[in-house]
Design a protein around this ligand. Structure first.
Ligand SMILES: NC(=O)c1ccc[n+]([C@@H]2O[C@H](COP(=O)([O-])OP(=O)(O)OC[C@H]3O[C@@H](n4cnc5c(N)ncnc54)[C@H](O)[C@@H]3O)[C@@H](O)[C@H]2O)c1
Ligand SMILES: [Zn+2]
Ligand SMILES: [Zn+2]
Length: 373
């Protein structure tokens, strides 16, 4: 079918997104077509434009945080049917590989191909200007319709409004899970969250749900600091320099139990700062994406080992999509997790470059592209 999508023809060149006609194929075996309600604007898509996440292929249809209604199912699809409400998961889970069956679905073998530029069977579902188009995360939610693997689709309760539900495709589980699973926050912990955008704000919510005593957020943008307190931060400061004395004073000089890094672009310096704020035996969680060639972190390795700290990487908040997407939807439904409040502004697809400009300027917790009914 003919539809429209936002593409990068030259990823990594700050060219911005081109909104143009695309041809979308119907679902093949094990795939479904979904009519999207909305798509969140996650910083990971901006990394494609800046080159922090380099793509050796082009063009790419961006977007990996969406929800909508299934309009067509391909052969051998048994889990969902037409009319089902679904969240698209930015990492698929096959449910059969060793990682999936051992409860580590964020490490599913299919995940290795999400930036390969093809559907899992090695062909394209999207075409533009006579060329095959790769989709971000097998999804490409910067288009009102998508054809995606059923392994990347999770059915949710129809009572959950689809616009806030779209954020459960990436930012919410990534941040929430970074706090709940990757950091393993314990009751009464002191937690620091660096960067409270669309991902970090959910780390704050996760910390609150786990019963953290102090939740200190660090963000240079005043609006983010204000909002962080609405999401559960007990203290919000503008910089590492301000966080240091505050954490020291609230922990009798011991340091924070957990420090979570959800800034826009991770660099060695921020990991060093997080390490300095972390107590002996504490955990540092690195969720933010660094430029791919970033290699340098200065650590006093002797002290790091002898103080028994842990530096934990976190992909998708270490969540299991089939368990955690419905779980998060339920937390929202019962009023224990905020989703609507994450959405600062909505945009039409034509205005996507404005949405990314606003992301870079720190104007939104999450900007969301909304599609017509
Ligand atoms: N690991 C994963 O699975 C995963 C999934 C999704 C996103 N991400 C990554 O997480 C990061 C955050 O994404 P997002 O969509 O929330 O971005 P965002 O732009 O919405 O939020 C980033 C926040 O960091 C703040 N910030 C910048 N420099 C800072 C500093 N030095 N100290 C404190 N705060 C600072 C910004 O003001 C902003 O509020 C990105 O790198 C993104 O690619 C990782
Ligand atoms: Zn994302
Ligand atoms: Zn798997």
């Amino acid at each position: 079918m003919k539809t429209v999508g936002a593409l990068l023809w030259e990823p990594g060149t700050h060219s911005g997104w081109s909104v143009e006609e695309i041809e979308l194929d119907p679902p093949k075996r094990g795939e479904v077509m979904v009519k999207l309600t909305s798509s969140g604007i996650c910083h990971s898509d901006d990394h494609l434009d800046t080159g922090d996440i380099p793509l050796p292929w082009a063009p790419v249809l961006g977007g990996h945080e969406g929800a909508g209604v299934v309009t067509e199912v391909g052969p051998e699809v048994h889990d969902v049917q037409e009319g089902d409400h679904v969240v698209l998961s930015f990492l698929p889970s096959c449910g059969k590989c060793q990682m999936c069956v051992s409860g580590r679905a964020n490490m599913c073998v299919l995940g290795a191909g999400v930036l390969a530029g093809y559907a899992p069977d090695g062909t394209h579902r999207i075409h533009a200007r006579g060329k095959g188009v790769g989709a971000m995360s097998y999804l490409g939610t910067f288009a009102p319709y998508v054809t995606v693997p059923v392994d990347a689709v999770v059915k949710i309760d129809e009572e959950i409004p689809l616009m806030p539900a779209s954020l459960i495709g990436c930012g919410v589980p990534t941040g929430w899970g970074s706090a709940v699973y990757a950091a393993e926050i314990q009751l009464n912990d002191t937690v620091v969250v660096f960067g409270t955008g669309g991902v970090g704000m959910n780390a704050v919510q996760g910390a609150r749900l786990r019963g953290a005593k102090n939740i200190v957020t660090v963000d240079p943008v005043a609006f983010k600091r204000e909002k962080a307190e609405e999401f559960g931060a007990t203290h919000s400061v503008a910089s590492f320099e301000e966080a240091g004395p505050l954490v020291e004073q609230m922990t009798d000089g011991q340091g924070a139990d957990r420090v979570i890094i959800t800034v826009d672009v991770a660099r060695g310096e921020i990991v060093e700062q997080a390490n300095q704020l972390t107590r002996r035996g504490g955990v540092i969680v690195l969720t933010a994406a660094a430029p791919v060639m970033q290699r340098d972190v200065q650590f006093d390795l002797f002290s790091f080992a002898m103080s028994g700290k842990r530096l934990q990487g976190s992909l998708y908040g270490t969540t299991n999509s089939r368990n955690d997407i419905p779980l998060i939807a339920d937390l929202y439904k019962s009023g224990r997790l905020k989703l609507d409040e994450l959405i600062t502004r909505t945009y039409r697809l034509e205005d996507i470059n404005q949405a990314f400009a606003d992301l870079r300027e720190g104007k939104n917790i999450r900007g969301v592209i909304v599609y017509d009914d």
